[in-house]
Design a protein around this ligand. Structure first.
Ligand code: UT7
Length: 320
């Protein structure tokens, strides 16, 4: 009999107060609310004032554990998707494990940039399906504000910080129905932080660099295709899903994907306007919001989608 990974809890955390587009203008960034809203759909984002990815991950994780009604000590798998880990090592997952007081669970980070949460969720699902693990915590946590060049208006206005978490538990019915993950390393250069640490100093460029239009075009091309692939793997059509929860990078990408999938915007969860692009945290933050406000109900089917640096993309179809 197949073992399913059932979503038993979700949680989210955003640091501090919203930083509105006009606040960025007031801080001397050569941009405007009108440009950011028209080109991206972003109106505000949250920025960490020193909180690290593992600290935000802990706050989101505690909420997810509370909803799932399980103790951290019961977890046997902890995965953190992040491109902004606290340290080079140990992993953010091990720091989170320590902060939660769990001992003995398998714990490691997954690095697939903005697709990271979908990658990590798919990995956790494989562990659970195999029968080796039964209770997994999957977190997306990012402090992208640390890697932004605040003099580069083409990137710094786009991103925000935060964390989102999901608890997956082995179940006999319902849960993750299908996942699909892809990457194309030949496009590594269109979205990267190319710096390195060598001999105690940062060499190269330590900031996020993006060829926005190339990323935009690739995202639109792959997102509808991977949605279809994932739905077909579960014997469904994209029009059959109740909710689309896409990576929150640009409202124009989200709308184009929804159109190609035959889904009206009423079925698409959007947090981008208030969160900005929180990379690996964006999908679990949006999922948590829609679960907590009652939009996503037990028995409904939703599709998670990620796309980002690598170039990476993926989807997960879940019956709640
Ligand atoms: O999470 C990973 C996935 N990331 C994404 O999916 C991001 C994908 N890319 C995008 O969302 C869009 O390409 C951007 C929002 C990044 C840029 O939008 P665009 O419509 O592609 O604009 P553009 O880069 O072609 O720039 C248009 C103009 C330029 O001025 P000129 O050359 O036309 O005079 C830019 O200098 O807008 C200018 N510009 C700005 N103006 C005001 C760029 N950034 C800004 C800004 N404020 N913040």
């Amino acid at each position: 009999m197949r073992i399913f990974s059932r979503v038993s809890g979700t949680g989210g955390y955003l640091p501090g107060n919203p930083v509105r587009n006009d606040d960025l203008v007031a801080h001397g960034i050569e941009t405007s609310d009108a440009w950011i809203v028209t080109r991206t759909g972003i109106r505000a984002r949250h920025l960490s004032a020193g909180e690290t990815s593992s600290q935000m991950a802990r706050k989101a994780a505690l909420k997810a554990l509370e909803m799932a009604n399980i103790a951290a000590a019961e977890l046997d798998l902890i995965l953190v998707a992040t491109s902004t880990p606290d340290y080079i090592f140990p992993s953010t997952a091990c720091l989170l494990q320590g902060a939660l007081g769990n001992k003995g669970a398998t714990a490691f980070d997954v690095q697939a940039v903005c697709s990271g949460f979908v990658y990590a969720l798919a990995v956790a699902d494989k562990f659970i399906q195999s029968g080796s693990h039964k209770k997994a915590l999957v977190v997306g946590a990012e402090t992208f504000s640390r890697i932004l060049d605040w003099s580069d208006r083409s990137t710094c206005v786009l991103f925000g910080d935060g964390a989102g978490a999901v608890v997956l538990e082995a179940a006999e019915t319902s849960g993750v129905l299908a996942t699909a993950l892809h990457a194309d390393g030949s496009q590594a250069g269109i979205l990267s932080v190319p710096g390195q640490i060598a001999g105690g100093v940062v060499t190269g460029d330590p900031f996020l660099r993006m060829e926005g239009q190339a990323v935009f075009k690739s995202a639109v091309r792959v997102l509808a295709a991977v949605a279809e692939e994932c739905c077909h793997a579960a014997g469904m059509e994209t029009g059959d899903i109740d909710w689309l929860i896409p990576h929150q990078a640009n409202i124009r990408i989200i709308e184009a994907t929804g159109r190609k999938m035959g889904l009206p915007m009423e079925k698409v969860v959007v947090t981008l306007d208030r969160h900005g692009n929180t990379s690996a945290a964006s999908v679990p933050l949006a999922l948590d919001e829609a679960v907590r406000d009652g939009r996503i109900r037990r028995g409904q089917k939703f599709l998670l989608e990620g796309v980002g640096g690598g170039f990476t993309w993926g989807a997960a179809l879940i019956e709640f």
